[in-house]
Design a protein around this ligand. Structure first.
Ligand code: FE2
Length: 387
């Protein structure tokens, strides 16, 4: 454990330390949670079908030609607190087309729910954020929403959403999406964290960005000794806002004998972007088996991973045989344990994927699983000829 991590751990272990770390964040950028995640995709209608069928999202809202929006179509999907927006352009050029051309399907917007979107924009731009959207009020019969936005890594943006004066289905301009096809939810409840991949030597700059511009604090750090196999490596730091509802780990590649999975991402995404969205469940076995039944592909975990599991993580509530059957990973920290599993990329390029996570006390990110996990990712890279 590096001195830096030890200091942070010690600091975190005292209530005073936590308060001190986060006091400033609470002051200038209070965040209520993730509001929505918007993906720019090649075919929103078909992507929506995939996320409904495979992930159990529900039809929520729609905007497009039928609602008076002429240049794009957006489907809003919901599962418990998670809102996904899938957007496809309807014309031949423009920023959405360029985004899809360059990155493939991927996350454009990580929207954050705030009390005051004007103040959020003022405070962050004042601290050096590049504006993406000045505070803008949109209205319809259900009230008004104020949104503003700033740029973050790559071409990804944060949009601040103030919806305290709005009671419509999503945003002005959207209508309820009535569908006769409504597959059951799979039990995913909220976004636990969202991970950004940035380029070589950029991790610290982006952690600084979240600290300085958004008042986040670094809660965990992993170096390439923590996260490496015989072949590939990466480094990661986890940034969190004051109330802990928003957690953004930032990864950068590290030197290994072969190509880092982060480098592979950067190559195919053509730059930094969102690597994975971790969604929380309180019954991972049920969630993962439902998703598998519906066609979601997960990373393969070798049976050998489970051989010394109990020695490594201690007693757990779950039946190890059941976890093994579903390839679910387990890790423990000082506060408890967590169960997690990663999908294969959900898009054609080896870029974005999902993590399913169930926390049983643990507040960490599965460090003990990294080696087993990365060996699994390397097998996939090897199959793609990109290792
Ligand atoms: Fe994760």
């Amino acid at each position: 454990m590096s001195a830096e991590i030890k200091n942070l751990k010690n600091l975190q272990n005292t209530e005073y330390g936590l308060k001190k770390l986060f006091a400033e964040a609470e002051d200038f950028l209070p965040l209520l949670g993730t509001d929505y995640v918007e993906l720019y995709v090649g075919n929103a209608k078909q992507s929506a079908h995939f996320y409904k069928t495979a992930f159990g999202f529900q039809s929520e809202a729609f905007a497009g030609l039928e609602t008076g929006m002429t240049d794009r179509v957006s489907y809003v999907l919901k599962q418990d607190k998670i809102r996904l927006v899938l957007t496809t352009p309807l014309n031949e050029d423009g920023p959405i087309n360029e985004h899809i051309n360059k990155h493939g399907d991927g996350v454009k917007v990580v929207a954050l729910w705030v009390e005051d979107a004007t103040k959020a924009w003022e405070e962050t731009t004042k601290r050096g954020a590049k504006s993406f959207m000045e505070p803008t009020t949109e209205k319809d019969d259900h009230g008004s929403v104020v949104r503003s936005g700033i740029h973050t890594y790559g071409e990804t943006v944060h949009i601040f959403v103030e919806r305290k004066n709005y009671n419509g289905i999503f945003l002005p301009g959207y209508k309820k999406w009535e569908s006769h096809y409504n597959p059951e939810p799979v039990g995913i409840k909220f976004i636990d964290h969202m991970v950004g991949n940035v380029d070589w030597n950029e991790m610290n700059d982006w952690c600084q960005f979240y600290a300085k511009v958004m008042g986040f604090a670094q809660i965990i750090s992993f170096d390439d000794n923590d996260i490496s196999t015989d072949f590939t490596a990466l480094m990661s730091k986890v940034m969190s806002n004051g109330n802990g509802r928003i957690k953004f780990p930032i990864n950068e590649p590290a030197e290994g004998k072969k190509k880092s999975q982060i480098e592979e991402y950067i190559q195919f995404y053509n730059g930094p972007g969102v690597q994975h969205i971790a969604v929380a469940t309180d019954d991972i076995v049920t969630t993962v088996s439902a998703m598998r039944d519906r066609g979601v592909e997960f990373l393969y975990v070798p049976d050998s991973y489970y051989n010394d599991l109990i020695e490594r993580v201690g007693e757990i509530d779950e039946d190890v045989e059941v976890l093994k059957e579903h390839g679910i990973l387990i890790d423990r920290d000082e506060e408890g344990y967590l169960l997690q599993l990663f999908t294969k990329p959900v898009v054609d390029r080896p870029t974005m994927f999902f993590e399913i996570i169930q926390r049983k006390g643990a507040q960490s990110f599965g460090k003990g699983n990294f080696k087993a996990l990365f060996e699994a990712i390397e097998r996939e890279q090897d199959n793609r000829g990109t290792l």
